[in-house]
Design a protein. Structure first.
Length: 326
């Protein structure tokens, strides 16, 4: 039975909902009114940290509020991911979502969040990988590498950890090449590279930025880069397509995301600020010589890219029974 009281209650509820919506919209339009935190899943000094600190400076100028960096290292970026996934979706906690972080969403059985718990904001590009072999272990060419990989014992390859981009790319490469290998996991890429230079392992996929530091080291050889074209910092190193493996085109990319439910206005403003920073000549002058390749994606294009990356890594993880249960 409809009564005057019910009508009044319904009208009051509708007015309240409308007021709340307008207040929420107004707050989003005013954003930001206080400092913004970019959460980094690794310790200071890594590529995600270095890139984000540079972009935070230009974003602060553009947005009129400080943009600060908080390093939440641990769990292969999952500490930072969990913190942002559970944060209030008001635009003041942003995650630097990188390739390794996305991999965790299909690698770990007990992860408390997934890709759907975030709103992707913008991808800025990244570093191609480089195939590096140990000259000290007697490998100096792709033919010598293939001979070892197709031998009964296979090749011993290093990585910066189980499920890292280097680990998964090495696995994909060996399958494509018809070889096999034994994975040796290290705490990080520098430790894996050090083992390679010492002849304790025979192969690693590291970033082209890291590889460029080794181009004059007699103990290693950089055989290829995974980018479509040769990199600025190693112009004499061929691409994986040039040496016969065009399917191996992985890279370490960097993007930013917010908790699910963040207002569209926040996404638009933060994306514009980051894109302006990436296009700044000072950013390009600093990072392009290190082989950083700009590749800006937003909106539906970015969502489709992240989904495709997730599917790609899920396939290699499933086919090779690679798991982390914590």
């Amino acid at each position: 039975m409809i009564t005057r009281r019910n009508v009044l209650l319904g009208t009051t509820a509708a007015i309240s909902a409308g007021l709340l919506t307008r207040v929420s919209d107004a707050r989003a339009a005013e954003w930001p009114v206080r400092p913004i935190t970019i959460n980094i899943g690794n310790a200071p000094g890594g590529d995600d940290d270095t890139l984000s600190r540079f972009l935070a400076q230009t974003a602060s100028e553009e947005l009129g509020q400080p943009v600060v960096i908080e390093n939440r290292a641990g769990g292969s970026t999952t500490v930072a991911g969990n913190a942002v996934a559970g944060a209030k979706p008001d635009g003041y906690n942003i995650l630097c979502l990188i390739t390794a972080g996305l991999v965790q969403t299909v690698l770990r059985d007990n992860l408390q969040y997934g890709l759907d718990d975030f709103v992707p904001i913008v991808e800025i590009g990244g570093y191609p990988l480089a195939l590096i072999v140990s000259a000290k272990a007697g490998i100096t060419s792709i033919d010598e590498l293939m001979a070892v990989a197709k031998s009964p014992d296979g090749v011993t390859f290093a990585s910066g950890g189980v499920g890292t981009v280097g680990h998964l790319t090495s696995t994909m490469f060996l399958k494509e090449a018809g070889g096999k290998g034994v994975h040796v996991s290290y705490k990080n890429n520098p430790e894996g590279i050090q083992a390679l230079a010492g002849g304790f392992t025979q192969m690693i996929f590291a970033s082209a930025r890291e590889a460029a530091l080794l181009k004059d080291d007699p103990n290693v050889r950089v055989l290829a880069v995974t980018s479509p074209a040769r990199t600025a910092n190693m112009p004499n190193v061929p691409t994986t397509a040039e040496i016969g493996y065009p399917q191996i085109n992985a890279r370490v990319w960097y993007s930013y995301a917010a908790p699910k439910g963040v207002p569209d206005e926040v996404v638009t403003k933060f994306s514009a600020a980051i894109v302006k920073g990436v296009k700044d000549p000072k950013f390009q002058e600093r990072f392009t010589p290190l082989s950083f390749q700009t590749d800006i994606k937003t909106g539906d294009e970015l969502k489709a890219f992240l989904k495709a990356e997730q599917d790609k890594f899920r396939k290699v993880i499933t086919e090779n029974n690679i798991r982390l249960n914590n």
